[in-house]
Design a binder for this molecule. Sequence first.
Ligand code: CP3
Length: 344
Amino acid sequence: MMRACRREPVERTPVWLMRQAGRYLPEYRRIRAQVGFLELCKNPALSAEVMIATVDRLGVDAAIIFSDLLPILEPMGMQLEFLAGEGPVIHNPIREPADVHRLLELDRLDSLGFVMDCVRATRASLDDGIPLIGFAGAPFTLASYCIEGGSSRAWLHTKSLMYTHPSAWHDLMDRLARAVSGYLLAQLDAGAQIVQLFDSWVGCLAPEDYRRFVLPHTRTALAAAAARAPVIHFATGNPALLPLLREAGGSVIGIDWRVELAEAWHTVGYDRAVQGNLDPAVLLSDRDTVRQRTLDVLEQAAGRPGHIFNLGHGVLPQTPVENVLELIATVKGFRLNPPAPASL
Ligand code: CP3
């Protein structure tokens, strides 16, 4: 995994999955029957155990800390709750320019100590050869939660604030970017070897708006971590943003399934590694289809060093576990250039 991040040759393509620990796993559902989701995130020993058990069960090549994008917003003044069946809700959203000051500076990370404890606990129990990925939400995706107050399909409150009040928007994004930058560094200090930035909702923007309203802030969020470790920069929904994601930063660019991997890599440039990009819904089909579609993605990488196999977005809760295992076995069994047979 570390070599692939640096585009060095590897004996096989590394694989891990976004949302690899989650509701599709019966053992995760058993734990969640006892503990609320935020409570689980705030219990470093238990959240580390959830991820270690998942890595052992799946045999993946990387672990990501078990946490979420949104807990960073609590010490910044947002009232966060995860409602069963609905997902995250923020009870005091930011809607007007005058609300932006309510998003507090995150100058001390003590209040997120449980995340750094989770990094330490996971790293301590993880096999030496398996890197641990820390992560954060990107400024745009975090801003959209602060403004919408939860998940959204059209991001109209977010776009209204952005277009109507650009200086309040930049103030909000700057607060988030500096918080994320410090948060990623703290995870590296605690022992994460890689960090991933999730810009899950930024695909709703046109490229020129990304350039103007998002790119400078994402660059701020990533720069300090990028000087110390591989950074995976992931977004979904709009392949036209790929050249701009590259410009904003990241030694690895995460690719969703709406573009072919070969084309995406050509657009991003071969001087960056790529991660992706099987449609998570393929895992709802049968094992033969999973195997074939996994091979299709592997072949698109054309043996170039610097491909990390992943889905184009997180594992869906309805996914059969045996299809996930089939995917992983397919990636691990794949050799583009098989080594010459040993002479007798
Ligand atoms: O990848 C992993 O296994 C590690 C853990 C992880 C979670 N969330 C656990 C989680 C990671 C890396 C995330 C990131 C995250 N969280 C993202 C970015 C990835 C993406 O999907 O785009 C986003 C947008 C969130 C915000 C979030 N968290 C939503 C919208 C929801 C509710 C919808 C859903 O899919 O459940 C969550 C809850 C959440 N985060 C769960 C898990 C395991 C389910 C909680 C439960 O047990 O009910």
